[in-house]
Ligand binder design. Structure first.
Ligand code: PMP
Length: 358
């Protein structure tokens, strides 16, 4: 087989790898650890019975979109584009650009911005975050905007994997300086108490992206992007006709109309986040970073992260080793907040690992 039929960017890439989590306490992927009570599961199953699987789904997912609008206070002036996860929305945005376009994001941030840009042969530029605080380096971001005139800037708010909220003032300056689009990726909004949704109307180049994944519906694959009708009209041309399947539409609609359940779960996760953070701060050799999301990034002693990660895994707890990414993530590990007993198992495994490796 002649590999040269594939673009050189594709040949140079590696596929996004997901660790096999079977048998582990799974604290690696920012999932909500809670499932639904039996009565809610039963009534969800009843609604699924009404799905006509022999028919294509509503191509515009009208009922679901209306609920998303209401629950997120989306201004009536703006349109909503649904994606098969926000990953697909990132892909749609990037596929709509000219092949010579530049894309800008801080580093480290969500890897898909870079991965998809590179797969499409776009010019991806990253600007390092400030060490220790992981704040935006505003002068460097503004300089990169002036030099590269990016068609899209991605800012995750809060950021993955650093879990902090960037300064809202710095974000406003970036939106004002940008000639192209600015996508604020609010994937972790449920845990953050901060959003730019109220400011959408002030900037015509601003888009807000969210997902139901972190809220507790990662298995559904549903994200949404909010922007002016002029922008969404163009993106809609790239979207595949039935990208949100009938089961996702019905289930997301059902789940969002039971949002009190998720509000309660989110509160529990936030309370546990405080607890885990405080426990991590007490450990010698660990620096935990404050979090506005459902995970915590922490730093280990120099060159110890991979050994600690492996030792925790050997005790049955799967977290994420960020250290191989290098740069500001060298020596860093990331743990997703789970149920109280899962978090305790993680902290116990971490303590044993630190003792063993000291
Ligand atoms: N944006 C950020 C910042 C994320 O961390 C993630 C998931 N890790 C996503 C988007 C993708 O979310 P989804 O499950 O909706 O594709």
């Amino acid at each position: 087989m002649n590999k040269s039929i594939f673009r050189k960017e594709v040949l140079a890439m590696s596929a996004y790898k997901v660790a096999d989590a079977s048998g582990f306490i799974k604290l690696d992927a920012m999932e909500n650890p809670y499932n639904w009570p039996e009565d809610i599961t039963q009534s969800w199953l009843e609604t699924l019975k009404t799905c006509e699987l022999n028919r294509y789904p509503d191509p515009e997912a009208k009922q679901l979109t209306q609920t998303i609008r209401e629950q997120n206070n989306i201004p009536p002036t703006h349109d909503v584009l649904l994606g098969n996860g926000s990953d697909e929305l990132i892909q749609i945005l990037l596929m709509a650009l000219s092949p010579t376009a530049s894309v800008l994001a801080p580093q480290p941030s969500f890897v898909m911005y870079q991965q998809i840009s590179q797969s499409l042969g776009l010019n991806f530029i990253n600007v390092p975050l400030l060490p220790d605080t992981f704040g935006l380096d505003l002068p460097a971001m503004l300089a990169a905007i002036a030099t590269h005139q990016p068609a899209i800037i991605f800012l995750a708010y809060p950021n993955n994997p650093t879990s902090n909220l960037f300064s809202s003032q710095a974000i406003r300056q970036i939106i004002a300086a940008a000639n192209g689009l600015v996508v604020l990726d609010e994937a972790y909004a449920p845990f953050a108490n901060a959003s730019f949704m109220d400011e959408l109307a002030q900037y015509e180049n601003l888009l807000i992206m969210r997902t139901v994944s972190k809220l507790g519906l990662a298995g559904l694959r549903l994200g949404y992007l909010v922007g002016t009708p002029t922008i969404i009209e163009q993106l809609n041309k790239i979207r595949l006709p039935y990208n949100i399947n009938i089961l996702t539409q019905a289930t997301a609609y059902f789940a969002l109309t039971h949002h009190a359940l998720f509000d309660e779960q989110t509160q529990k996760i936030c309370a546990e986040r405080t607890n885990v953070y405080e426990q991590l701060c007490k450990l010698d050799g660990i620096t935990a970073y404050p979090s506005a999301a459902n995970f915590i990034l922490f730093k280990t002693a120099k060159n110890k992260a991979t050994d600690i990660f492996t030792a925790i895994k050997q005790q049955g707890v799967l977290i994420k080793n960020m250290s191989p990414q290098g740069g500001l993530l060298a020596d860093c590990l990331r743990v997703t907040i789970g149920k109280p007993e899962e978090n305790q198992a993680f902290l116990a495994a971490l303590k044993v690992s630190l003792e063993k490796l000291s």
